[in-house]
Write a protein that binds this ligand. Structure first.
Ligand SMILES: *Cc1c(COP(=O)(O)O)cnc(C)c1O
Length: 421
């Protein structure tokens, strides 16, 4: 790993030459701008389309056309078991056992379903702790969950905010807040990474602290899955969910991922909302009364496997597996470190990197706060075929996904910033 970096195009190209994952870029479609591939730094919002997806989708269309209902058993990939095909890859990516993961619905829906399994408010223990400034959908989910139980969200939700004048949370503050509410916390629910600041939380320590006070602990891994290797099972995380369309390239609105620790997923008495696809397979089609869940995470499945919403992810994961999450992380650290190094050369521009500088507290993304000109800089980048996003007030998020972004891409972003502002 380079400890010395240079701010020259030639140096960036040398890093690309040495990068063993460089050729994976060719397995993706890039939007075109002025006849050229764009530079794409929004893989944290919607990953690119892998080239193998089209044939995979066509296969399902053909099987549907030619087999119709018989496709459930006779398609090339029998639809009856479609969710099973993803478990191996996804369990590796989130550090779980295969029987602890499934795919179904979408992220926010899964968050609701998991909270209905794990949030059991009592008179004494009814609080939910989360990070202040969590992704809006997560905030709405918790707020409406509280109301669903007839509780006042203001009484239920404890938000942990950064200290005065700081932009990111200190782990010690999260842990001590959990300690302070020993008797009353029911659930600790964090984004594994904050979507806005790019801060990666210490999920292992947060889980330990939550368990220590008798609470359960879950994470929304939208910005973690496929970005940073994690160990949900070994860390004893109780539940988690994520979307598969960000770093995992499953396509817009792709089927969501769900994890339930074995100690709950193997117990068919763990409460849940059920449907026939979660029922014990051998008796599902007997169509009898009495729900008997599968004794694994698939016991949370509710509806028929969403084949058309899962096929792109299935194909994308083949590429992801070929690259390997550990290799991707290694490259990602170097790529984002290089981006940070280049940005730190721009002393004539008034901005701040709000993402932690410690690589262990972040993933691919850096969030840049521009006191002025944030929107102008964003627009200039788009005009030059560099896709980044902008969030009020003045934050540009730049996420070089290691599967299809290069050191030269990062250099070109820096160079445009350097020469125009
Ligand atoms: C992207 C994202 C979502 C989106 O949820 P959907 O239900 O897939 O629309 C939710 N939470 C977080 C933290 C996210 O980053």
């Amino acid at each position: 790993m380079s400890t010395h970096f240079d701010n020259t195009l030639q140096f960036a190209q040398q890093l690309d030459t040495a990068d063993q994952l460089y050729s994976f870029k060719q397995q993706f479609h890039f939007p075109q701008y002025n006849g050229k591939d764009v530079i794409y730094f929004c893989g944290n919002s919607l990953g690119l389309q892998a080239k193998n997806i089209q044939a995979a989708v066509q296969q399902e269309l053909d099987d549907w056309k030619n087999l119709a209902i018989l496709g459930f058993g006779k398609a090339k990939n029998p639809w009856l078991y479609y969710q099973e095909y993803l478990k191996k890859s996804l369990s590796r990516i989130v550090g779980a056992k295969e029987n602890e993961v499934t795919v179904m619905n979408t992220l926010t829906v899964n968050l609701h379903l998991l909270l209905l399994s794990f949030y059991k408010p009592t008179k004494e223990r009814f609080k939910i702790m989360m990070e202040a400034g969590a992704f809006p959908s997560d905030q709405y989910a918790i707020e409406t969950l509280a109301k669903h139980f007839g509780l006042n969200p203001d009484d239920v939700i404890i938000e942990i905010a950064p200290r005065e004048g700081e932009k990111i949370l200190r782990t010690e503050d999260i842990l001590s807040s959990i300690q302070q509410h020993t008797e009353s916390i029911a659930v600790v629910m964090f984004g594994g990474m904050n979507y806005y600041t790019g801060q990666l939380f210490n999920m292992q320590k947060i889980t330990e602290a939550a368990h220590h006070v008798g609470a359960v602990c879950g994470f929304d891994l939208a910005h973690v899955a496929g970005n940073i290797p994690i160990q949900l099972h070994d860390w004893n995380v109780d539940f988690a969910c994520w979307c598969n369309y960000k770093y995992l390239n499953g396509g817009p609105g792709a089927v969501g991922g769900l994890y339930v620790h074995e100690k709950y997923s193997s117990d068919i008495d763990t409460p849940r909302l059920g449907g026939w696809w979660g029922n014990e397979e051998s008796i599902r089609f007997k169509m009898e009364k009495g729900f008997i869940p599968k004794a694994n995470a698939s016991g949370w499945n509710i509806s028929t496997a969403q084949v058309m919403n899962t096929v792109a992810l299935k194909a994308a994961l083949e590429i992801f597996d070929a690259a390997g999450i550990e290799n991707l992380r290694k490259k990602s650290i170097q790529l984002t470190n290089y981006l940070e190094f280049l940005l730190n050369q721009l002393t004539h521009i008034d901005f701040e990197i709000i993402t932690p500088s410690n690589p262990e507290e972040r993933g691919a993304q850096l969030s840049l706060y521009f006191k002025q000109k944030g929107k102008e800089i964003h627009d200039k980048m788009i005009e030059n075929g560099i896709i980044i996003d902008y969030r009020e007030p003045g934050v540009i998020r730049v996420a070089p996904a290691p599967l299809y972004c290069s050191f030269e891409d990062v250099y070109r972003f820096y160079n445009l910033l350097n020469s125009n502002f």
